[in-house]
Design a protein around this ligand. Structure first.
Ligand SMILES: [Zn+2]
Ligand SMILES: [Zn+2]
Length: 302
C-alpha cells in the first residue's frame, strides 16, 4: 500500500511523531487525548492518510468521518483495512476488535493553498454566517483551559490536562479557547511549520485535530465551572463519539487560525456541535460536525 507521491504530517518520516506506517497506525504519546487514550481528532484525521496513499496521485481531503468505538490505545499497532469506493470505508482494529470506523472522500488534483474545494453543507450555512464575525473578535481571557485547571485544583481532582488538541503545554497544538458574549466559544490556533506540507498547505489531519476538542469545551462551557462539578460530583465527562470534517478550502501558511464552535442541539447524554476553522479575515476553510457523549468517568481517569 502507498505510493511515493503521498506524504502528510502523520506519515512523513520528517515528523518525529509519525503515526501511520502503511496499513499500520501507532499513536505515540504525543497524541494523547483523555488520559492513556489517543486523541479523537488526530485519530479521525489519520483515517485520511492510508486512503490518500492508496488512491495515489495528487489528492486532497473532501470529507472524513470517524466513529470512536472504544478507547483508542497509545503505542500499540492498529491494523487498517480499506474498502475503496465512491465513499471509501476505513476500519482500524487490533486483537481486541474494532477501535474506529470511518468514511473518507477525496478530491483528486494538485491544489494550491487557498483553492476552493466545496461549499459548506447547506444546513450549517446559517450558523456559519453568524459564527464568522467571531473569527476576528478580540479574545477575552482567561482561557477555558486555565479556568478549568483552576477548578480542578480547587476540587483537587484530575491531573494536568495533557490533551494534544487542547492542552496549553508545549507538546500540544497551542490551541487556546475562550468564551464569547453568547454560548459559542472561539479558539486561537497558532500552527507550527511542521503542520504545513512543502507546498505550504495546512495538513488535513491537523485540521481534524484542531476542530475536535472545542466540541467538548463548548458543551462544558455551559457550566460556570466548566464541568468541574459534573466530573467531581456526578462522575461524568464529555468525550468524542463521532467527528466529521468537511474540507471547504485549502488553508495556506498563516500565523494564526481561529476555530468557532457552537452547540446545535443537546439531548440527554448526547451533544451535537459544529466547529469551523477560519483565518483572521473570516475565510472559512473547514467545518466539523461532532457527536459528543457524556460518559461515566472510567476508573483509569479518576
Ligand atoms: Zn499520510
Ligand atoms: Zn482536548
Amino acid at each position: 500500500m502507498g505510493t511515493p507521491s503521498h506524504s502528510c504530517f502523520l506519515c512523513s518520516s520528517d515528523n518525529p511523531d509519525v503515526a501511520v506506517f502503511g496499513d499500520v497506525i501507532r499513536y505515540p504519546d504525543r497524541y494523547v487525548g483523555p488520559p492513556q487514550r489517543a486523541h479523537g481528532g488526530i485519530a479521525v484525521g489519520s483515517l485520511l492518510c492510508p486512503v490518500r496513499a492508496a488512491e495515489g496521485g495528487e489528492n486532497w481531503a473532501h470529507f472524513v468521518s470517524g466513529r470512536l468505538r472504544r478507547p483508542i490505545p497509545l503505542n500499540k499497532d492498529l491494523g487498517v483495512e480499506l474498502v475503496l469506493g465512491e465513499l471509501h470505508e476505513v476500519s482500524v482494529a487490533d486483537e481486541d476488535g474494532l477501535a474506529m470506523t470511518g468514511t473518507v472522500r477525496l478530491q483528486a488534483g494538485d491544489f494550491a493553498p487557498e483553492t476552493f474545494i466545496q461549499e459548506a453543507p447547506e444546513e450549517l450555512r446559517g450558523h456559519l454566517e453568524e459564527m464568522a464575525p467571531l473569527a476576528n473578535a478580540p479574545l477575552a481571557g482567561p482561557s477555558l483551559i486555565s479556568q478549568s485547571s483552576a477548578y480542578q485544583d480547587k476540587t483537587s481532582r484530575g491531573g494536568i490536562n495533557g490533551c494534544y488538541g487542547c492542552s496549553e503545554q508545549s507538546h500540544a497544538l497551542r490551541h487556546k479557547m475562550y468564551r464569547t458574549a453568547g454560548s459559542d466559544i472561539v479558539s486561537q490556533f497558532l500552527p507550527e511549520p511542521v503542520h504545513f506540507d512543502d507546498q505550504g498547505r495546512l495538513d488535513t489531519g491537523i485540521i481534524a485535530a484542531v476542530t475536535d476538542c472545542p466540541n467538548l469545551w463548548v458543551l462544558m462551557a455551559q457550566h460556570a465551572d466548566l464541568g468541574a462539578a459534573l466530573q467531581a460530583e456526578e462522575g461524568r465527562i464529555w468525550i468524542t463519539g463521532t467527528h466529521s470534517v468537511h474540507y471547504l478550502r485549502v488553508p495556506g501558511r498563516q500565523k494564526e487560525f481561529r476555530v468557532v464552535t457552537r452547540i446545535l442541539s443537546q439531548e440527554g447524554r448526547k451533544g451535537l456541535t459544529t466547529a469551523a476553522l477560519f483565518d483572521l479575515d473570516g475565510t472559512l476553510y473547514a467545518v466539523a460536525e461532532a457527536v459528543s457523549i457524556l460518559i461515566d468517568v472510567p476508573p483509569e481517569m479518576m
